[in-house]
Design a protein around this ligand. Structure first.
Ligand SMILES: [Zn+2]
Length: 382
């Protein structure tokens, strides 16, 4: 297509009548921001506003690559998209690095809720690793308290603005460190205060989850659900390890596709699909870290068509320059997803949220189902 070609015009200049499919896609893209969305995999230190990083860095004396918020936002995206894992990880030095005070943590948590609500997210689980926020002397408990207070403030402000949202916390332990037992115990202790689960993150290679078996025993004995980052940087062995320690969901899990050949599922893929183990897939993030060449070629669509319990997530909104609406739009534009597909992944995410069943049912019946019915003009979408 030449640069002179207008939308709806062929390269030869004759007007092309938009097809019914074009119109449907345009309407669908326009409706995405207002569709109710559910987000299960979003890192608090991966979604800080650049202007907030600048403010908090000034307060704490943290040195940044630039103090211009726009330039800083671009710096985060460039580093994350560079294909270098080292540069990608370096970005968190500047987000977690400034999230070291009660006020700073509360502010980041509050703003995350407001940003998600503004994007049409109605339920989110935001994860964070308390041990990354203790450099200036905060205890693990103080970190979690500050974040939970921020979530509460954000939910109240969003509701006052007419955008109801529920945000719950997942406590993450870093696999390469050594505080997983403490973090697991804290998640159990705070389960009635807004923490709904436990997560394991950090380098998959060389740090299999059976290394942290005691932490998983602890949460399992307390009947607190866990999710594990697995099947992103490492393959089937990592996914199997996560399931062995009792993971209820798989963080990413996309590499379960390694066990599928020409539509034929291997035994592990069968287990994951047949038991409907939810996959917290983050398409744009996976493209940035080299897990897939593009959203169009990402295995997510194939996995959805094969009947896996697929959910769509953001992972790191700041570094990946993304949002739930942007993920949905990329899937519609690049992978041919329909409104029915978006509805299905939203219902799957709601069904597998770590809140109790009565809360999930209310979310589905009162918000998600009516929201998608409105977008579909009341038509049945299944
Ligand atoms: Zn993640």
């Amino acid at each position: 297509m030449t640069s002179q070609t207008e939308p709806g015009e062929s390269p030869e200049g004759s007007l092309r009548v938009p097809s019914a499919d074009d119109e449907r896609r345009r309407d669908l893209l326009a409706s995405i921001p207002s569709l109710p969305k559910v987000l299960l995999h979003d890192h608090l230190d991966g979604g800080v506003r650049p202007a907030t990083v600048v403010d908090l860095a000034a307060e704490t004396g943290h040195e940044l690559p630039t103090t211009d918020p726009d330039e800083l936002g671009a710096w985060f995206r460039t580093a994350a998209w560079s294909g270098s894992l080292e540069r990608y990880i370096d970005t968190f030095v500047h987000t977690a690095g400034v999230m070291q005070t009660v006020d700073g943590l509360r502010r980041v948590a509050r703003e995350a809720v407001l940003d998600l609500a503004a994007d049409g997210v109605v339920y989110a689980e935001s994860r964070f690793a308390p041990e990354l926020h203790t450099e200036r002397g905060l205890s693990l408990e103080q970190v979690v308290d500050a974040v939970l207070e921020g979530f509460d403030e954000g939910m109240r402000a969003a509701a006052a603005d007419g955008r109801g949202i529920v945000v719950r916390g997942l406590l993450t332990a870093m696999r390469q460190r050594d505080r997983w037992d403490e973090v697991a115990a804290l998640a159990v202790a705070l389960r009635d205060r807004g923490v709904v689960g436990f997560d394991l993150a950090g380098p998959e290679l060389g740090y299999p989850p059976d290394r942290h078996a005691k932490a998983f025993d602890l949460v399992r004995d307390a009947w607190l659900p866990a999710t594990v980052h697995a099947g992103e940087a490492d393959g089937l062995g990592s996914i199997a390890g996560a399931l062995h320690v009792g993971a209820c969901r798989l963080g990413h899990g996309m590499r379960i596709s390694d066990d599928i050949r020409g539509g034929e599922l291997g035994t592990l893929a069968h287990w994951v699909r047949d038991r409907q183990v939810p996959l917290e897939i983050c398409p744009t993030s996976n493209v940035h870290t080299g897990g897939a060449p593009s959203v169009a070629e990402h295995p997510i669509t194939h996995l959805l068509r094969l009947g896996f319990a697929v959910t769509v997530n953001t992972d790191n909104r700041l570094q990946s320059g993304t949002s739930m609406s942007a993920e949905f739009a990329a899937l519609v534009e690049q992978a041919g997803w329909t409104l029915a597909d978006l509805r299905q992944v939203t219902l799957t995410a709601a069904h597998h949220a770590f809140v109790h069943e009565d809360a999930r049912t209310a979310l589905i019946d009162e918000i998600i189902t009516p929201g998608y019915a409105r977008a579909g003009g009341g038509r049945h979408l299944a």
